[in-house]
Design a protein around this ligand. Sequence first.
Ligand code: DCP
Ligand code: MG
Ligand code: MG
Length: 360
Amino acid sequence: MRGPRIIIHMDMDYFFAQCEEKENPAIKGKPVVICVYSGRSEDSGAVSTSNYEARKFGIKAGIPISMAKKLNPGAVFLPVNMELYRSVSLEIMGILRGYCDAIEQKSIDEAFCDISGQVTDFDEARMYGIMIKKEILEKVGLTCSIGVAPNKLVAKIASDFQKPDGLTLVKPDDVLDFLTPLKITDLLGVGKKTEQRLNEMNIRTIGDMSSLSMDAMIREFGKAKGEWLKLASQGIDDSPLEEHEGTGQIGRIATLKEDTDDLSIINEMINNLSEDVHRKLTERKMSFRSIAFVAIATDFKTRAKSHTLAVPVKDLDTIKNNAHELAKQFLAENPVRLRRIGVRVANLTEEKGQMTLGDF
Ligand code: DCP
Ligand code: MG
Ligand code: MG
């Protein structure tokens, strides 16, 4: 039985600045400004981001560094350290991947996750959002904001709604009430020009826009854009997640009927998960070299046990057999009852005349 479509949008709070606070806790509590120096003169360049303390002074992404220094000379000014942010981002995306059916990473600090296959309803989805936030905080030490909604359009707005450290759930029946008072520019895809046109028509909120007829919107903006705007103003969006090729891993996680440490029950679930993973692998014409068994115990902690093969392979039996073995080892080492389990393959390569197990 398949429940409703449920999409999560996760966006890290003041990401670059928060990474720096984590690296150097002494600066926490002070205004922190991350700068992209152009190198032309000492203070030339722009602000990349700032923490919330600095934002109180009006220091935000995009303003010149010189202006930020005028707004608060005592703030902590740091140069961007992309290496650090990339590695933190990788860790966060890895955690998210363990929770969802599909993931579309939108930028270094945000992603959409389809969790429809992981939960049965929106109340369970809220708990799921809490679990994700908790795991990111415990493992990476950073806060994020999450929106849970029936589609990408609404999830994106929801994640921004209670920043920082927010969790906003918008159930299907609440979508219209949620959107009505918001500014039209909150809709991803409404840019400056569209905003101007709509303002001239005296349309300022999403609610104002939804009261216009489809015909009027199409007359004003043309068929494609007019239709999209009208549907967006009603919170209607069925755009799929775009999983980028080469994300490097394919995983599937599911919740066990009840908490257990019984290997026969776990292996049965592993078989189903392996088949899903294998189907995706085949669709993408990929092979893998490493495989992991992912376990989420009753304490909600996610642990993984993985194994790397000598050569890339692509067959279902290798996935199943390795996952069974890893699960056995995992339970021998960790006397816990499991709540959810997953199978994940990584180190993906394009399938090109490589060996399969049958070739050995
Ligand atoms: N970024 C940048 N220049 C911009 C906008 C963003 O260099 N004009 C970088 C720095 C941010 C990161 O991208 O930390 C993520 O962008 P966000 O828009 O998500 O902003 P933050 O995460 O910094 O803050 P928020 O808490 O509002 O999400
Ligand atoms: Mg962010
Ligand atoms: Mg972002």
